[in-house]
Design a protein around this ligand. Structure first.
Ligand code: NAP
Length: 271
């Protein structure tokens, strides 16, 4: 029952109605019998700072930030973590005890947790091909470099790949060659979000047994690219794992409680 003491957490995005986070966090609150709710707030791009300040003023107990607000939210935070500074994006805002929010980025840790859980590999000195150079890709690059991996970046807009470091060609046989040389290949673009076909831009010919392939795009049942990589013998890591673990890390920061990860996983699987 929602009452006078109910704490309110939520997510801002534009659009945000498709978000799976409300189902995941509300299931977790129910499981731990916490008097909390989690809502989705559609916030126009021009109103991000206003929304964050307003939610802080209204006592919001925790916020997630999703596309396209992860960079803009930083300006509305009273302070940010080292991860946010390095990545340039915040996905988790935590009350700072003084009426504002401290910004953090749990996407990076969430990606590593999913990798460790689904297809563990020694990243120290490992060659990684990262496809994409947006906010999520920057979080993945930060996470992987933190473990000592050598990350090469392919992106449609070459300048963004160069900014993230060690650029390689986007698509074609040259990309297949780099993919074949990599212990881990990660798709951090939004390619594969829709449709039943493997996106032609993503590498496939170089992928096979002995490699790990991770797709941060989340779809029930996984993406066609991930299914094709599994069919070629690669170990795979899906985007739902990253979504789960970034959410679990946020939940822990807001509530101070150990997150009921299996309950959260089931809530995602049921969507
Ligand atoms: P973003 O900052 O907008 O970046 C989008 C990336 O995708 C850029 O590298 C962009 O390339 C590329 N891209 C978009 N459309 C493309 C196309 N038609 N062809 C080739 N490249 C294309 O978004 P983001 O926040 O990084 O998110 C990227 C994806 O990751 C989304 O699908 C999002 O849902 C997912 N994600 C998942 C999780 C999770 O927990 N599993 C967390 C965060 C994000 P350009 O630079 O050339 O535009």
């Amino acid at each position: 029952m929602i009452g006078g003491g109910t704490r309110v957490a939520g997510i801002i995005g534009w659009p945000v109605a498709h978000s799976l986070s409300p189902a995941m966090h509300n299931a977790a609150f129910r499981a731990l019998r916490l008097d909390w709710i989690y809502a989705a707030f559609p916030v126009e791009p021009a109103r991000v700072e206003e929304a964050v300040h307003g939610l802080a003023a209204a006592g919001c107990a925790g916020l997630n930030v999703t596309i396209p607000h992860k960079r803009a939210a930083i300006a509305a935070c009273s302070s940010v973590s080292e991860a946010v500074t390095a990545i340039g994006a915040a996905n988790t805002l935590v009350p700072d005890g003084a009426g504002g929010f401290r910004g953090d980025n749990t996407d990076a840790a969430g990606f590593l947790r999913a990798l460790d859980e689904q297809a563990p590999l020694d990243l120290a000195g490992a060659d990684v091909l990262l496809i994409g150079a947006g906010g999520a890709a920057r979080a993945v690059a930060f996470a992987l470099r933190g473990r000592g991996a050598r990350v090469r970046v392919a992106n449609r807009t070459a300048a963004a790949a160069a900014e993230l470091g060690d650029p390689v060609p986007f698509t074609g046989p040259a990309l297949d060659t780099v993919a074949g040389q990599s212990a881990l290949v990660v798709n951090a673009t939004s390619l594969g979000l829709h449709g039943d076909d493997v996106p032609a831009e993503l590498p496939m010919a170089g992928i096979g047994r002995g490699q790990v392939v991770a797709d941060i795009v989340y779809r029930p049942g996984g993406t066609p690219w991930l299914a094709a990589a599994a069919g070629r013998g690669a170990r795979t890591v899906d985007g739902l794992g990253m979504l789960l673990h970034q959410g679990a890390a946020a939940f822990e920061q807001w509530t101070g409680q150990s997150p009921p990860v299996e309950v959260m996983r089931e809530a995602l699987a049921a969507r």
